[in-house]
Design a protein. Structure first.
Length: 306
């Protein structure tokens, strides 16, 4: 009887083992299917329709509405110049060789000031996010500074540092650092505590934990803070260039806009506004949008074709 009872038990054990083996094989196949990413090149026509056509259509629509408003006499040309007049101002700057110098003067200042703001705002955000006492003391100040208009710092910066590049950079830093720090703080607040405990278990603590655990996990919020920090940097710089005037500073976009206002040159004013807008959009499209897509793609939030 003992041998008779053993045979069914052995068969059942073998069947269970076989079932587990099949389940594991199916699980492996499923994981392999998830890991296998089929990268397909997006057709050129699809890229043209989805990426190029919408912004081009929007620009054309704005130009058409603008021209219709001019033809309808919505406002005199001294207040609303025609697109052709703005184009003539653009060609004048281009032919005189001043266009690149004016744009680059502002772009260089903006990028250098933004990089300095990143270098200062990132450690401030880390310390405020991780040290409760510092957060209680400095957190409200950072929020208040972020809501303070950047143009308010221009008179103080000019008195402190004179009408120099240093005053321009000071205004940029005071406008951008709080946004970058608050963005990083918000990103760190959304990091699951389990990540931090797992990092400490693996020996990642202190600076190593911040580098390998906190910053990668908080990257979406940090990137949002960087985008907002650039926006504050660019707006702060334009405000400083509009107010502060000196031959030593050169002519940036803000100064060019103010020069056109002093000469009552409305086509030039419109051109200055358009150039400031184009630079802001270009920086976002060339730098921040690719970074944002890469971060979202690495987290599986968007497809690789986007």
């Amino acid at each position: 009887m003992a041998s008779t009872d053993t045979v069914p038990d052995d068969r059942g054990a073998k069947q269970d083992a076989g079932a587990r083996t099949q389940d594991l094989a199916g699980l492996e196949a499923g994981l392999d299917a998830l890991d296998t990413v089929q990268v397909r090149r997006t057709p050129f026509t699809q890229v043209l329709v989805k990426k190029v056509l919408p912004p081009v259509s929007a620009v054309v629509l704005v130009l058409v509405v603008w021209q219709l408003a001019v033809l309808a006499g919505f406002a005199p040309e001294t207040k609303l110049p025609a697109p052709r007049a703005v184009g003539s101002s653009f060609m004048t700057l281009w032919n005189e060789g001043q266009l690149f110098d004016i744009v680059w003067t502002s772009v260089e200042r903006g990028l250098l000031g933004f990089l300095a703001a990143v270098a200062i705002g990132t450690p401030i955000g880390l310390v405020v996010a991780r040290v409760p006492f510092v957060r209680s003391a400095i957190g409200p100040i950072l929020s208040g500074l972020q809501s303070l208009p950047s143009v308010a710092w221009v008179p103080a910066a000019v008195i402190w540092l004179g009408i120099t590049d240093s005053a321009m950079y000071a205004v940029i830093l005071l406008g951008a650092v709080p946004s970058i720090a608050n963005g990083l703080i918000s990103g760190i607040d959304q990091v699951p505590p389990l990540y931090l405990r797992a990092g400490r278990t693996l020996g990642a603590s202190g600076v190593s934990g911040a580098r390998h655990i906190l910053l990668p996990a908080a990257l979406p919020g940090y990137l949002a803070g960087l985008k907002q920090g650039w926006a504050f940097s660019w707006r702060s710089l334009m405000a400083a260039e509009l107010i502060a005037s000196s031959p030593d500073l050169g002519t940036g976009l803000g100064r060019y806009l103010e020069n056109m206002r002093e000469g009552s040159d409305m086509p030039g004013i419109f051109l200055g506004i358009i150039l400031i807008l184009v630079v802001g959009i270009a920086i976002d499209l060339l730098i921040f949008s690719p970074l944002e897509r890469r971060v979202l793609r690495s987290r599986g939030l968007v497809s690789r074709s986007q």
